[in-house]
Structure formats: structure tokens, C-alpha cells
Ligand binder design. Sequence first.
Ligand SMILES: Cc1cc2nc3c(=O)[nH]c(=O)nc-3n(C[C@H](O)[C@H](O)[C@H](O)COP(=O)(O)OP(=O)(O)OC[C@H]3O[C@@H](n4cnc5c(N)ncnc54)[C@H](O)[C@@H]3O)c2cc1C
Length: 265
Amino acid sequence: MRFGGTKKHGDMSPTRFSASVGRATLRRVLFDGLGDVVHFSKGFARYERLEDNRIRAHFNDASSADASLLIDADGAGSRVRQQLLPEATLRDPGQRTIFGKTKLDDATRPLLPAFLHDGFGAVIGTHQRGMALGLMQFQTWLETITVTARLHTRLRPTPDYLTWALTVPVEQLPEPDATMHTLGGLGLLKIAQALTEEWHPDLRTLLAASDTTHIAFTPIRLATPVSPLETTNITLPCDAIHTRFHPFALPFMLVDKLTKLVRSD
Ligand SMILES: Cc1cc2nc3c(=O)[nH]c(=O)nc-3n(C[C@H](O)[C@H](O)[C@H](O)COP(=O)(O)OP(=O)(O)OC[C@H]3O[C@@H](n4cnc5c(N)ncnc54)[C@H](O)[C@@H]3O)c2cc1C
């Protein structure tokens, strides 16, 4: 975990606090001590409300589980949401993202733009192309967090890296979504490089140094607004109910509106 870039560790002011969290480490921390309570590889299919108001979750392998509370942390395509709130659909804003990681070493570290030491950064390119950049520098790692001895042995230091996410309008991609999903890291990297050919040479070198086993493609989806939910024992947290508004969508929409306004004069 990294607190606030170069800012002093411990500055928890909501207007200045910024933290990068290694997801693999966070996952190990969250699973610590849960033992066989967690079951993997079970696709959720549907739920049923029982007579005593408990919830029965049915899975694709025909098994089921009963509980007093259903928290559907199944992301943007939530099956629970589709059943509970069929009117809460997702909209395709026409943007696609290729994202990856670049390991930081003596060759790549000097190429980082200075602003990244203060938190996440955005590169706004031409042709509605943009890139989010995040410096994942875990300098405050294990020494400053308290963990159990058992967990301590399972946590491994994560090497520092740069995370990048290139977002472009769908019509600028050379392949349809279905093909993009099958391309693999190297194929996606080549497309990302072609789309950033005129960008700063340092950024291009950082992109070229990416770990091709960690490059992926995702369509951006936006949640449509829904009425306030009634509180029940089925909850819809995070992307299951509200996908985040994409950071590049606002500036692009503003430019689009201003262009239309100027052209209508
Ligand atoms: C490139 C990229 C970068 C991002 N960076 C950031 C960031 O820096 N900070 C940030 O706050 N957010 C970031 N986000 C957004 C963030 O990933 C999501 O907002 C967050 O992961 C949402 O968490 P979630 O638990 O709702 O869904 P997810 O993380 O999508 O998890 C859903 C889980 O449910 C599982 N699942 C789906 N369907 C079923 C089913 N039927 N049965 C069983 N399991 C199922 C999936 O396999 C998955 O494991 C980023 C997203 C992307 C794509």
C-alpha cells in the first residue's frame, strides 16, 4: 500500500489522501482466517426468497446455499441485479480500454512523469484517446501494517510497477470486441502502441516495456440511474449497482458539447 505519493505518510485529509493498494495483497489479507468458509468456481445463477425471508442462492452446478443476507459482489454484469432490478441496465458509451502494467526498474523508473508521485494521473490525447496512469510503489509495505504471524508468512512483497489504461472510442479499434477479447497481451500491446504512435517518447518506451502477460481488454459500461432502493436482505454494492463514471467521459462530453455550440453559431 502506498499513502499519498510523495506526501507525508499519515496525511489522512480527505482532500489530499491518496492510496494505491496491491490487489493481490489485499485479497490475501481479506481471505486470512476464513478457511473453508469461501467457495470458488461456483457461478451464481439465480436466487429465491424462502418463506422465512431467508435467501437461497442457486449456482450453475445445480448446488445451492441458504443465508439470511445476500451481498452480490458480482460486478458490472451482476446476475443478482438482473433478477432484482431488471430495469437497472448498462449503457455502452462507445469506449473501450486496454490496460496493462510496466515493471519499474533502473531503465523505466526515470521515465515516469513527476506528477505521478502525487497520485493517479490522466493523459488526455487527441482523437478522444486518453490514458490513466498510476504509480504502484509499495514503499510502506509490511513494516507499517500489523498482521498475524500466519498472514505474515503468506504475504510477499509486490515489485513496484506503473499501471496504465488506454481508453479509445470503439470505432478506432482495428477489431470487433469479440476478437479483441481473444488477442492476448502481445496483440493488445501492438494495438495500444499503434494508437499512441504520436505520444511522448518516454510514455511509448514505458508502454513498450509492459509485461505482456498482464495486458487485458475491457469494454466500458455505464449504469443507468435507478430510483432509491428499498432496504432488504439483498444488497447491491459497488459495480453491481453503479459502475463508475469513466474519468475521460466528462472532458470528452464537454468538448463535444462546446464543439456543437461553436459550430451552431
Ligand atoms: C482497467 C481498470 C482499472 C481500474 N482501476 C481502478 C482503480 O484504480 N480504483 C478503483 O477504485 N477502481 C478501479 N477500477 C474499477 C474497479 O475495478 C471496479 O470498480 C471494482 O473492481 C468493482 O468491484 P466489484 O466487486 O463490484 O466488481 P469486480 O471487481 O468486477 O468483481 C466481480 C466478481 O464477481 C465475479 N462474478 C461475476 N459474475 C458472477 C457469477 N454469475 N457468479 C459468480 N461470480 C461472478 C467475477 O468473476 C468477479 O470476480 C478499474 C477498472 C478497470 C477495468
